[in-house]
Design a protein. Structure first.
Length: 98
């Protein structure tokens, strides 16, 4: 039974790009879906919440993920969580019968 985490499987440099890319691309995909169902305000909110996350990825995660891990999580995670909340509120209030 070996540990097969992203850093073990791809190395620290590979893992940092996989993590940053998967988080960002998923949220952009969610914003595109919300736009497609006519929820443009919520799509804009999600995109607005992605911008600071990209900034923290570029300034903290990508340069040195080991030294800046806790600082990156503390500064970036609230924007991610508010994005999840905005998506949930949007989908909870959306009329899918139309």
């Amino acid at each position: 039974m070996g540990l097969n985490s992203l850093p073990v499987a791809f190395g620290i440099d590979g893992a940092k790009y996989i993590c940053a890319g998967s988080v960002t691309l998923t949220q952009i995909g969610v914003a595109a879906y919300l736009q497609a169902i006519g929820e443009t305000t919520y799509a804009a909110i999600i995109l607005g919440l992605v911008v600071p996350q990209i900034y923290f990825q570029a300034t903290l995660l990508l340069p040195d993920p080991v030294a800046n891990d806790v600082k990156y999580q503390a500064q970036s995670q609230p924007f991610f969580v508010f994005g999840i909340l905005a998506t949930a509120l949007c989908l909870g209030h959306h009329d899918f019968s139309v």
